[in-house]
Design a protein around this ligand. Structure first.
Ligand SMILES: Cc1ncc(COP(=O)(O)O)c(C=O)c1O
Length: 393
């Protein structure tokens, strides 16, 4: 499978060359006609970057599947057009979820969806209610527009505290612009069970928008989880954010979307940038069709996560149960110090997630990368006497 991807990547570059031909530029021709010294230099190879085991940003290490690369190759011909056929990406996404296209707002990554939601539903003196640590794009957007963030602590087992979220929302009702819930949560990897989502939605005033970020939806096995998209169909004030960055390997290409009742989408639309390009749209269409590759990424990622977690736990370290393509381990040492140790060994891991500064978030890379991670782990951490793993807390 990995070699299959490598072949595809070569073909993709072939496609780039073909595209230059299509645009009337033989590779290098037009550029070389100017002074050689002024030719742009493209850093196609970056030894330092390429040699790093990238386990810090929860990316999919395999990249787009072969069918996605083929679809994107075919879309080069739209590079110079506006209003080109886009594979009906909006309709495809709507069909995928059983909603109407008017319920979908596409963005350059779900990061854009989160920002757009922040701009639409927050504003001066409004508050967003969520937990800490969590994914912080919404909080950063809020801070940028002088809105307030009420960040509640996690429960003792690192879950999002739904009872406290309901309480805080009711207490601040007049000022609450939005509730933000990351399910499963980044960086802890824990889910909010479907019954607790219902508790939240039933427990807060029905006009409070709730943004449920399902970036890691595709990796979940826990039957207590279910997507919150059905609440959109019920007409609740729910916005579900999804991304193509994780399971479909498109982080660098940028594609995500929000699913919400039409009136919420209409409030958000003025803030969206419409910056998704032709290749990305065709790549997204192919991704939704390629269920075989999706299943392979899920299976491979989960198997590698379970193997790595078991090894780390066998050395006596507690890992928070994860339903994602990353896990968080309590190292008992400042994460910044641990990161530096891994970096010396050409491995990039997590970042600081206050207040959990003695925890390390590790993304699941390829088998080879996880092997490098474990070798480094054994060099950096001693086996603890309580080896066997505390599993959980
Ligand atoms: C929970 C969560 N939401 C959203 C995103 C944004 O992803 P993207 O903008 O690449 O779609 C991420 C990225 O890591 C994430 O972890």
């Amino acid at each position: 499978m990995i070699s299959k991807h490598n072949v595809s990547r070569r073909r993709f570059m072939g496609g780039a060359a073909a595209a230059l031909g299509y645009l009337g530029l033989r590779p290098g021709a037009g550029l070389a006609a100017t002074s050689p010294d002024r030719r742009p230099r493209f850093p196609f190879l970056d030894d330092e970057y390429d040699s790093l085991a990238k386990l810090s940003s929860n990316e999919n290490p395999y990249g787009p599947s072969e069918s996605m690369l083929e679809a994107m190759n075919g879309a080069w011909k739209y590079s110079n057009r506006y209003g080109y056929p886009d594979g009906d990406i909006q309709q495809m996404i709507a069909d995928h979820h059983g909603v109407d296209p008017e319920n979908i707002l596409i963005g350059a990554g779900s990061g854009e969806t989160l920002e757009v939601a922040g701009l639409a539903f927050l504003g001066h003196d409004k508050k967003v209610i969520g937990v800490e640590p969590t994914f912080t794009t919404v909080y950063r957007t809020a801070t940028g527009i002088d809105a307030d963030v009420i960040a509640l602590p996690l429960t003792s087992d690192y879950r999002q505290d739904i009872a406290a979220t309901i309480k805080a929302t009711k207490r601040n009702y007049r000022d609450v612009g939005m509730v933000y819930l990351c399910n499963p949560n980044n960086p802890t990897g824990r889910i909010v069970p479907s019954r607790e989502i219902r508790q939240l939605l039933d427990g807060i005033p029905e006009d409070v928008p709730v943004l449920i970020d399902e970036a890691y939806h595709h990796f979940i096995e826990d039957p207590e989880y279910s997507t919150s998209v059905p609440y959109v169909l019920e007409g609740r004030q729910v916005l579900v954010a999804r991304t193509f960055s994780k399971i479909y390997g498109m982080a660098g290409l940028r594609l995500g979307y929000g699913i919400a009742p039409k009136e919420m989408i209409d409030r958000m639309r003025p803030y969206s940038t419409g910056s998704v390009n032709a290749l990305v749209k065709w790549g997204g269409v192919a991704a939704l069709k390629d269920t075989e590759s999706e299943a392979w990424v899920k299976k491979t990622t989960i198997a590698l996560r379970k193997k790595t977690v078991a090894e780390v736990e066998s050395m006596g370290y507690s890992v928070i149960p994860s339903e994602t393509n990353f896990f968080m381990v309590q190292t008992g040492r400042p994460a910044s110090e641990v990161r530096a140790e891994f970096r010396k060994r050409d491995i990039a891991v997590g970042r600081d997630f206050p207040p959990m500064l003695d925890h390390l978030r590790v993304s699941i890379g390829t088998e080879e990368e996880m092997g490098r991670f474990m070798t480094a782990w054994k060099e950096i951490f001693p086996v603890r006497s309580s080896a066997g793993g505390a599993n959980g807390r």
